[in-house]
Design a protein around this ligand. Structure first.
Ligand code: SF4
Length: 465
């Protein structure tokens, strides 16, 4: 049984659902709890504190969160000392109903209250029932309150760095502005401090995160500082070899940002920009603010200005009222846009959003149709991705080595500058190469990865400076 003695090390188990921002939030939460004497564990049965960091982007993720809580409630019935906490977007959105629906939950806290976690946990372990902290909107980024925390990260090589929270766009299907609030950019000094710390710990790669990461700085009232300026500053930090950023919004990807990607060797030639639909009427009803042609022009501009760049996207199928023809336009847009790959999802209604009301009013697309459309779109993306990967045949690319290949333990794996997974043969061991940049000749492009062999000119592996 887990030990609830406050003087010995207590254990925390974390379950994270959703996007990279949630994963970064969880890393920060574990860092905060570590300072309080909690040790992260992988077995929930050993934990004194169980936390689910939730996502509300789709109904399935929300259901999954409550399913974890149900299982943990049974665990708590046998071990009443256990405390259960719910974090993330579902907490933010459903704060008034969670304790009624799952009375065994002890703490509910929102995306803007992460920095208060130690205090909330202390209250719960001191016996306070139903500790609630869900603020709507803070004047500063949550991360600006987290100045001296070291996140507990999964990787020793690559790190997520959240630079902007919330979103001002209010796309008609999306719940993010209601859960994470309006856009708040983190102070540049705080970001630079974190990246300097990461460099001192030996991290080689950082990914700057935001729902609309390229709109970074638009909410600063006193200066013109934006993502491009931040990229230039972060590029100066020695030890950091690779800088990525995601997710971009087509309307905010300025020429200045594209120039920074083209000019700065440390900024990777990879841009993730969701298109969401390839039909102009659907794009308008989604309130995305651009046409399909404007999206194609943007991707073309990136490819023209940044040689060898890869652009990837996201799509939603089955948006309320989507006709067969509108869906066909989306399928055609995969090849017309010339993107390298895309994430796809079937539309899922989210309460509070206009699209959910349209669906209730009879514009719902049947689940079977959504599934079939998803299958067709995924097939088109599969073909497009393979076509773009074929361009890599016989090319030599720079790869940051991550470890052993999951598919073939004889090979190592890593990513290209364009974020493609490469599994490669090498005479060197995992220990010799992890965290290093190597050159790999691509021998076999596959639809979703590349296979190759390391170029060995020298008996010593190529090391990062
Ligand atoms: S821009 Fe992205 S995060 Fe913002 S409302 Fe639209 S889909 Fe949601």
């Amino acid at each position: 049984m887990a030990n609830s003695d406050m003087t010995t090390s207590r254990k925390v188990y974390m379950e994270t659902l959703g996007c990279q921002m949630n994963f970064n939030d969880s890393e920060v939460m574990l860092g905060l709890l570590k300072k309080e004497g909690f040790e992260p564990v992988e077995d929930r049965k050993l934990a004194d504190l169980l936390i689910v960091n939730t996502c509300q982007i789709r109904g399935s993720a929300e259901d999954k969160a409550f399913s974890y809580l149900g299982t943990w409630g049974k665990l708590k019935a046998k071990n009443p000392h256990i405390k259960i906490a719910m974090a993330g977007c579902v907490s933010q959105q459903n704060k008034d109903t969670i304790f009624k629906r799952a009375p065994y939950v002890d703490i509910v806290f929102g995306t803007q209250n992460i920095h208060e976690l130690p205090e909330l946990v202390r209250k719960a372990f001191d016996g306070e029932r139903h500790v609630l902290a869900v603020d709507r909107q803070k004047p500063r980024s949550t991360y600006d309150y987290l100045t001296d925390v070291t996140p507990v990260r999964d990787s020793d090589i690559s790190a997520w760095v959240t630079i902007i929270e919330g979103c001002d766009y209010f796309c008609t299907y999306c719940v993010v502005p209601y859960t994470r609030g309006r856009q708040i950019s983190r102070e540049p000094e705080s970001i630079i401090r974190e990246v300097l710390q990461l460099a001192s710990y030996g991290f080689k790669e950082i990914t700057l995160l935001g729902q609309t990461v390229d709109s970074y700085g638009k909410d600063f009232t006193d200066n013109q500082y934006g993502l491009a300026e931040l990229l230039y500053e972060l590029s100066e930090i020695s030890g950091i070899e690779r800088i990525r950023f995601m997710t971009s919004h087509p309307l905010d990807l300025t020429d200045r940002i594209i120039e920074a990607v083209a000019e700065l060797p440390k900024v990777m030639e990879y841009i993730h920009i969701p298109m969401q639909a390839g039909d102009d009427e659907i794009l308008e009803r989604m309130k995305r603010g651009y046409t399909s042609q404007q999206y194609y022009d943007l991707v073309r501009k990136i490819y023209d200005k940044v040689p060898n760049a890869a652009v990837t996207g996201d799509y939603i199928v089955g948006f309320p009222g989507e006709t067969d023809e509108q869906f066909r336009n989306t399928v055609e847009s995969v090849a017309l846009s010339d993107i390298h790959a895309a994430n796809t999802a079937a539309y899922s209604p989210r309460k509070q959003t206009p699209a959910a009301i349209w669906e209730e009013r009879g514009q719902e697309i049947p689940e079977t149709v959504k599934e079939e459309r998803l299958r067709i779109l995924n097939e088109a993306i599969h073909q497009q991705s393979f076509k773009k990967n074929l361009e890599y045949a016989n090319r030599t690319v720079e790869v940051l080595v991550e470890g052993k290949s999951k598919r073939n333990a004889e090979r190592l794996t890593g990513r290209t500058r364009t974020n493609k997974v490469v599994n490669f043969d090498t005479p060197f061991s995992e220990d010799e190469l992890v965290g290093k940049l190597v050159q790999v000749e691509i021998t076999e492009p596959l639809p979703f990865s590349l296979t190759g062999k390391m170029v060995v000119n020298d008996p010593v592996p190529v090391a990062c400076p």
